[in-house]
Design a protein around this ligand. Structure first.
Ligand SMILES: NC(=O)c1ccc[n+]([C@@H]2O[C@H](COP(=O)([O-])OP(=O)(O)OC[C@H]3O[C@@H](n4cnc5c(N)ncnc54)[C@H](O)[C@@H]3O)[C@@H](O)[C@H]2O)c1
Length: 208
């Protein structure tokens, strides 16, 4: 059977472990060449190696998604290497400090969790869109979490940060709908016609 992503180039941020590693292997199984990116070079290299060991094409490029210069360098290097970018899975994310009361939550924890989970997604989108528009199409998927709208009392700022990139939770979850949706706020010329921009809801937990 023909593979759906034959000849395509896919970027996965946070590809070193968990969902990002699984997604990297899945992209490769469908025929895409995968650019695995992560702030952790050891795990990121290992994912790229696993993709290659499974018969796929992959390179690792280190980048901290919360830093504009590193995201720009990542996209530049990806394009220098492969000349195109068809799929981007903006997946890198952190839990941040867990368990603090809201008024005791540390400043640096706030900056870190918002910097990675929210600003990091925006920095990636900002760099990805122009190239997808220029090449006539592409698909961007922003990972977030259903936990952003669930009652996870100990993960307050994580909920706020991961809720922001996503669309509202689907009605069947019976949870409050969140309106703060980075993904839904994206506006780009021809985005509807030539590109797909989405944040699929995550109906299950992934044991990472
Ligand atoms: N695990 C779940 O059940 C679940 C459910 C829904 C959504 N999510 C979301 O999916 C994403 C991945 O979750 P996971 O469970 O695979 O987590 P994970 O901790 O296994 O993987 C996250 C990866 O992101 C990388 N990372 C962290 N900070 C980074 C940064 N600044 N720049 C680049 N990479 C960075 C880590 O090194 C790690 O490899 C997160 O955004 C999370 O909020 C997870």
């Amino acid at each position: 059977m023909a593979r759906t992503l034959e000849g395509k180039v896919a970027l996965v941020t946070g590809g070193g472990t968990g969902i990002g590693r699984a997604a990297s292997l899945a992209f490769a199984r469908e025929g895409a060449t995968v650019i695995v990116s992560d702030v952790n070079a050891d795990t990121g290299e290992e994912t790229a190696e696993r993709v290659r060991a499974a018969g796929g094409g992959a390179v690792f490029i280190k980048a901290d998604v919360s830093r504009a210069s590193e995201v720009e360098a990542l996209i530049d290097e990806a394009l220098r290497t492969y000349r195109r970018l068809d799929c981007a899975f903006n997946n890198a994310g952190i839990a941040g400090p867990i368990g603090s009361l809201t008024h005791e939550y540390p400043d640096d924890g706030w900056d870190h969790v918002i910097g990675v989970n929210l600003k990091g997604v925006w920095l990636c989108i900002r760099c990805e869109i122009p190239h997808m528009l220029a090449q006539g199409g592409g698909a961007i998927v922003n990972n977030a979490s259903g936990g952003s709208s669930a009652r996870q009392a100990l993960r307050r700022m994580w909920r706020a940060s991961t809720g922001s990139p996503v669309s509202p939770a689907p009605p069947h979850w019976n949870t409050p709908r969140k309106g703060s949706a980075l993904t839904r706020s994206i506006r780009a010329p021809s985005a509807r016609r030539s590109s797909t921009l989405s944040s699929p809801p995550c109906p299950t937990s992934y044991p990472s």
